[in-house]
Design a protein around this ligand. Sequence first.
Ligand SMILES: [Ca+2]
Ligand SMILES: [Ca+2]
Length: 126
Amino acid sequence: MKTILVAAAIVMGALIALPVIAQEQKAADQQMIDKAFDGIDTNQNGSIDRAELGVYLQAIVDKQRADFDAAFAEMDTSKDGKIDKEEAKANSIIATYFDPLDTDKDGFLSKVEMDAAMEAAAKMKN
Ligand SMILES: [Ca+2]
Ligand SMILES: [Ca+2]
C-alpha cells in the first residue's frame, strides 16, 4: 500500500507539478498576487473568508483534474480509455510505477486507477 502511495505521489507530481510551479512563479509578481486576491475575494470586502477560499481551492482542484484528464488523454494514444505499457513509455515515471498503479492487474491503467492514485496522493499531502 505504501509503495502505491509513493508511486501515486510521484505520478501526480509528474502530471501536474510543472504547470503548478510555473503558475506560482508567475504569482511572485505582486500585481499577480493582488489580482489573485481580488479574484478570490469575490464580495470585494478586502478579506478572504472560508467560503471564498473554499471556492478558490475547488477551482484549483478542478484545474488539476482538467490537467490530469488532458494528460491522460494525451498518453492514451489509442484512445481506448486506458493506458497500456506501450503508451506508458511516454512518461518514464508512469512506466516505472506501472505495476503498482495497475491495482486490478489487468495490464492497463484505467482512469479509475489513475484517479485513485491522484486522490491517494492528494490525501497524503494533507
Ligand atoms: Ca490506450
Ligand atoms: Ca488496471
